[in-house]
Design a protein around this ligand. Sequence first.
Ligand code: FMN
Length: 340
Amino acid sequence: MNQPTTNGHSHNDHNNNRPAKGKPAFASQLKLPLIAAPLFLVSGPELVIASSKAGIVGTFPALNQRTTEGFAEWLVQIKAALDPGNGEQPAPYGVNLIVHATNPRLEADLAVCVEHKVPLVITSLGAVSDVVDAVHSYGGQVFHDVINLRHARKAAAAGVDGLIAVSAGAGGHAGYISPFALVNEIRQFFSGQVILSGCLSTGRDLAAAVTMGADFGYMGTRFINTQESRAAEGYRQMINESSAADIVYTDKVSGVNANFLRDSLAKAGMDDATLHDRSDIDFGSELMPDENGEASAWKDIWSAGQGVGSIDSVPTVEALVTQLEADYRAAILEQAATLS
Ligand SMILES: Cc1cc2nc3c(=O)[nH]c(=O)nc-3n(C[C@H](O)[C@H](O)[C@H](O)COP(=O)(O)O)c2cc1C
């Protein structure tokens, strides 16, 4: 019998794919300790399948599908593509759920995750023990993204397995704290997995993240510029041509601070002078495709992190991961050599 304990962990963790506080079992299946971050409107099954097949963890937001039924269909497609068919463990993948009162689909989408035993559930905004317990019931892992210590402590108390430290300069709803400060302070009280998010674009960046104490890196913007992403051609081109100075951190698009490409803001009529004040925060509409499968602001106002300056190509995911791995290894070997 799989008895839950007060911290949400079950007694037979070692049997159900989820060591209590060590690396998740899926880590041993990976080529690199890297998660391709969930990207609103950008990540679909193609990107997830290519990422997970390449040896990292592919993920997508459940809300990238307009309905819970459509979301379930994507899971079926992803699972079929990742099943090696020889009885071996399929490559891991993950789903992002927005845990907020304005997301009417949370309960139904969570039930679909449980039904399909999604290996990694990434929660945003709310960290609640009910969601954690539901995912733990089948041996899944919950990683929760946070931008500060207050949120990190709340999520740790809810029993999450990993904390995604979203630091300054990240794409999407970025944080404002230095990655060094955020990772070190989280480490002081949290013994689970720490995943660093924000401006990681190269294999060297990933090696640096691991050196500073992260268990995994989390790359968003880098994966917008891949063949398998759903980003518009103009979006990818703008990323190729941009550097950190072209990223604007503003709450004027949706009421929540996020990083956007300056030229896409300008095309939507928003420059420094005309960005108007909006205080209405409603993730239900901001992060939910409309009846045409498209979403409000984020369709034409393009988000990206400050790591854009290191991106000037649109490779296949497989080619990208091969390059990331080569650079990651080279960086670690160079570091090791400095000790001798
Ligand atoms: C276009 C875009 C869409 C995003 N959508 C989501 C989302 O739906 N859910 C989520 O948890 N994070 C989302 N993020 C944040 C990423 O998951 C990740 O934290 C971030 O991209 C990492 O920083 P980087 O872009 O500098 O690598 C998004 C980021 C971008 C750039």
